[in-house]
Ligand binder design. Structure first.
Ligand code: ATP
Ligand code: LTN
Length: 336
């Protein structure tokens, strides 16, 4: 129940792939915003390791990244008593529902997904069927828990819209089964851009290390990466479509300090990009420092992380089974 309004709380579901070191894009576009929702919503946050293998992963790295991602959820401030935190492969209903939903998703719909097009261009030697049906597994994640809202960065909006289409289609064939979810995006930070190519999304799997700032980068590295960030040739700190590099730095600075673009422009009037880049680097490093120190502590306590994941999986499995059994009944699968 929502204590303030005494009404049932809305359900939230989201996830991050354990595909490497998380960036400030993942933090500002997703995880940081999740922490603000934990009081007012019933939230489930998943480490989506089944999605991760759509791109080839080294098994040892995948295991390590899975625990690190869970530890980052906790380090960013998600309380395991208030949120259900779990690992996707621990709840078999995700793969089971995904199979059913595959049969209610059209080839043409999946062909239009921009993430599929981007990822198949990047992984031309491994355009596997999982990469193609990735959004169906994501729809299963969301629909299993009857989520009302899905907090994601803007790159995932198209997948949430497809999830809605699949849910509406299933409901119209078999009567109400799934809650129709909505994407939930923050006002700023929904798309943090690469520091080297500011017209491209900052992505944790970018091969150019200077393009991304990692949540776990140390202060010197953060300051160096911002100092190397691509900007235009004039020197005015102003937000605008003609200045993608500076605008991206302004968005990042605004997310970490809460300052508006007007305030930032005023603060840096008459100063060059050098001063501004240093200020962005310092604000970012200072904001991340407490997350990093909590992360280090948590990574020393594997037993605790395992206990959080186990508890989360139990709660999630219980909720997921209810939806899956409803779906199986509706499509006509014999159940005992
Ligand atoms: P990969 O490089 O492995 O594809 P990614 O960095 O795009 O990964 P995901 O695991 O796909 O990260 O995304 C996790 C969450 O972070 C999603 O909600 C996504 O929308 C959000 N996100 C990812 N990159 C950014 C970004 N640059 N700006 C804002 N939000 C982002
Ligand atoms: N596809 C997402 C990760 C993801 C997700 C989800 C996000 C998988 N399942 C369910 C929200 C809800 C991504 O690539 N960022």
């Amino acid at each position: 129940m929502n204590q303030a309004t005494n009404t049932p709380k809305k359900r939230i579901f989201s996830g991050v792939q354990p595909t490497g070191n998380l960036t400030i894009g993942n933090y500002l576009g997703a995880i940081k915003n999740w922490t603000a929702l934990q009081e007012d919503y019933d939230c489930l946050y998943c480490v989506v390791n089944q999605h991760a293998i759509t791109v080839r992963q080294d098994p040892a790295n995948l295991r390590k990244s899975t625990y690190e991602t869970l530890a980052l959820y906790l380090a960013a401030g998600l309380d395991p008593e208030k949120n259900t935190l779990f690992i996707q492969s621990h709840v078999s209903a995700h793969a089971e529902l995904a199979w059913v939903l595959n049969c209610y998703t059209m080839f043409g719909e999946l062909s239009r997904m921009t993430q599929f097009k981007d990822k198949s261009a990047k992984n031309a030697d491994n355009i596997n069927a999982g990469l193609f049906t990735y959004p169906v597994l994501m729809a299963a994640d969301i629909l299993l828990y009857q989520a009302d809202l899905v907090p994601v960065g803007i790159d995932q909006k198209q997948h949430v819209e497809l999830t809605r289409d699949i849910a509406v289609r299933f409901n119209s064939i078999y009567s109400d089964t799934f809650t129709i979810p909505e994407p939930y995006m923050p006002k700023t930070g929904t798309k943090i851009m690469s520091l080297q190519e500011p017209t491209k999304k900052m992505s944790k799997s970018d091969a150019n290390e200077n393009a991304t700032v990692r949540i776990l980068d140390d202060k010197d590295t953060i300051i160096r990466k911002f100092n190397l960030a691509f900007t235009d040739s004039d020197t005015v700190v102003r937000y605008g479509e003609d200045k993608p590099g500076v605008s991206n730095l302004m968005s990042i600075y605004s997310c970490f300090t809460g300052k508006s673009f007007e305030e930032i422009t005023k603060d840096f009037e008459g100063k060059g990009y050098g001063d501004f880049k240093l200020a962005v680097g310092e604000a970012c490093a200072d904001a991340l420092a407490p997350v990093q120190s909590r992360f280090k502590e948590l990574m020393k306590d594997k037993a605790y992380l395992e206990a959080v994941a186990k508890n989360g999986a139990e709660t999630a499995s219980y909720l997921a089974r209810k939806t899956l059994s409803k779906v199986y009944r509706k499509v006509g699968f014999v159940q005992f």
